[in-house]
Design a protein around this ligand. Structure first.
Ligand code: SF4
Length: 285
């Protein structure tokens, strides 16, 4: 198996491939244009490696974002042959090397320069859904009253949505964002579900300002492209549908949020008897 992989992997080493890269300098270009670069491939070369090699050896003015180079920071997401990818995790050898490889900035965002998208609106949408636990009792913030234990099942309700690295790829794939720049977008909506589904949170009402409005959640037509594009295995379209159900229950059926793990009694604030216990600790003290 490893012999076969080694042989296959080395077939492309030294092969010259043409990269067609979008260039745009707003200070001097009227519009974006495509520039070709030819590059001999090296073993294990990712699309980001190729861009770095082009910048080092052919055109130092080529601009793109990168940081961790290990699929965690999310900054190197770009369109590769028309599909949003984390370029640090995308091997050039995945593509048909007899054809050109097209690299552009993420779709559905304004371009700041070359391959650098403007993510400010994306971040504003994320901020708008209040991406943090909201509690109604402000006294809790000052007075520690105990743990907010969750069962493994409660954790499972939102866990996958915490894996989002805010790379923006889902929004680049979204057909609604392609025609409506004010649509809240799959990342922010899935992040909203992450908090609404958290048994510690009581903030759905506050989040409705951003969610239940003309450019909000109901503009999602469930194309599912966001989930296909996500490089971290998050399923934003699932989160959006579950969030629609939460809002529906809240607005039309008047269902109360799941109980908080503490309850007020005549004797004061007490731990509820029926809350599940926290998962066992996985880190030894
Ligand atoms: S949901 Fe996935 S594709 Fe969207 S921003 Fe988060 S990690 Fe990126």
């Amino acid at each position: 198996m490893s012999d076969k992989n080694t042989k296959v992997n080395q077939d492309y080493v030294g092969k010259e491939v043409e990269f067609r890269v979008l260039r745009y300098d707003p200070d001097k270009d009227i519009a974006p244009y495509i520039q070709s670069f030819k590059l001999k491939l090296e073993h294990g070369m990712t699309v980001l490696d190729a861009l770095m090699r082009i910048k080092e050896t052919q055109d130092p003015s080529l601009s793109y974002r990168k940081s961790c180079r290990m699929g965690i920071c999310g900054s190197c997401a770009m369109m590769v042959n028309g599909f949003p990818k984390l370029t640090c995790q995308t091997q050039v050898s995945e593509y048909d090397l007899d054809k050109t490889i097209d690299v552009r900035p993420l779709a559905n965002y304004p371009i700041l320069r070359d391959l650098v998208p403007d993510l400010r609106n994306f971040m504003r949408m994320h901020e708008g859904i209040k991406p943090y636990i909201i509690r109604r009792d402000n006294e809790e913030l000052d007075k520690f009253i105990g743990e907010f234990a969750q069962s493994p099942e409660e954790l499972e309700r939102y866990l996958q949505f915490t894996y989002c690295i805010k790379c923006g790829a889902c929004l680049a794939a979204c057909p609604t964002n392609a025609t409506d720049e004010n649509f809240t977008g799959p990342q922010a909506l899935a992040a909203a579900y992450r908090y609404v589904a958290d048994s510690r949170d009581e903030g759905l009402e506050e989040r409705l300002v951003a969610l239940d409005e003309p450019n909000g959640i109901w503009r999602c037509h469930y194309a599912g492209a966001c989930s296909e594009a996500c490089p971290k295995g998050v399923d934003p379209s699932l989160g959006i549908q579950l969030l629609k159900r939460e809002i529906f229950n809240h607005r039309l059926l008047g269902k109360k949020k799941r109980p908080a793990p503490f309850a007020e009694t005549p004797e004061g604030v007490e731990r509820r008897e029926d809350i599940p216990q926290a998962p066992e600790k996985t880190v030894r003290e």
